[in-house]
Write a protein that binds this ligand. Sequence first.
Ligand code: LLP
Length: 384
Amino acid sequence: MSVFPIEKFKSIETPFYYYDTELLENTLRRAQEEAAKYEGLHIHYAIKANFNHRLLQIINAAGMGADCVSGGEVKAALAAGIPAGKIVFAGVGKTEKEIAASLDAGIFCFNAESLPEAELINELAAARGMVANIAIRVNPGVGAHTHANITTGLAENKFGINYELLDETIDAIERLKNISLIGLHFHIGSQILEMQDFATLCERINEIQDKLEQRGMVLPHLNVGGGLGIDYNTPDTNCIPDFAAYFATYAENLKRRPGQQIHFELGRSIVAQCGSLITRVTYIKQGTCKKFAIVDAGMNDLVRPALYQAYHEIDNLTSQAECETYDIVGPICESSDVFAKERKLPATKRGDILAIRSAGAYGEAMAFGYNCRELPKAYLSNEL
Ligand code: LLP
């Protein structure tokens, strides 16, 4: 089991997020080292996974850029010290205000998801006497072995420009004088553990690059998105994702053109395992056919189980008794406010402290205030 400062936790009001900064730093180091084994690979941390300011500062110190999907995320990246020149900005619905602010900040590249968006970027860049870098986000029509809500690369998804329409989109974009097409952008989904899915994406990118070359076009940048999954079942034995296999898959399968730079947008694989949601047991309630452990964290603090039926390991940090079976539920007035069903935990009582594990990605970032609840606080191990 991870080492938690349980004595310190006892005096802190729950629920709260706890981040193990040593694990975050080790994860960042491993990711950067594995990427550095190849020429021209760049990681832009996907801020949507967790925009906690202090974590962003650590991620910036490790030299990663940022992948943003809103003006707010661009601001958060800049506030943490991430250089504008390492920021990419994706999203299907960028507003005029968000684009203007990002142009003014001088971000590296917009991942444009439609022709009307490229036209607006062009217009706003022209008004500033600038030429903006864009990559076209291509919907590659590649599925991924993951939850249907978090697959993004299929024709039915709203993201990107269908690869069959790429040629005519490029024709139209080439007529726009205040944008410079520097690359293509892809992202097939999240929590992907089968390297073959990324290899399939590479094959599709190879086909697209061959077609572009026929029209005399070689682009200097490829952005392949993020999506590397983590081990939610055994977070202690497998606390750092297999970055070596991930980058090797791209290195072996992608036919890079000379000097072509490859960009990655990793979110979950960087921050998921370093974070836990720490919660206290408010009551143990005997139902007709099961026992409930009612905790003081709710789906508003960590929505993944309710939204995606996501599995998170749960440890009781204050009991080593024989295991019993519980449904672990929150206090919110929704039947879906359940963290785990029929889960074995050491016999648990009111006041026990539980850690809901692997919650560093899409946990705190997706928290909300339903039922007039306060947003969860966060503590870093190096601050406690
Ligand atoms: N790039 C783009 C364009 C994305 O849409 C995403 C995630 C990423 C990068 C980062 O993907 P990652 O490396 O984290 O897999 N809330 C869901 C996950 C939503 C992912 C959205 N896009 C969850 O809790 O599982």
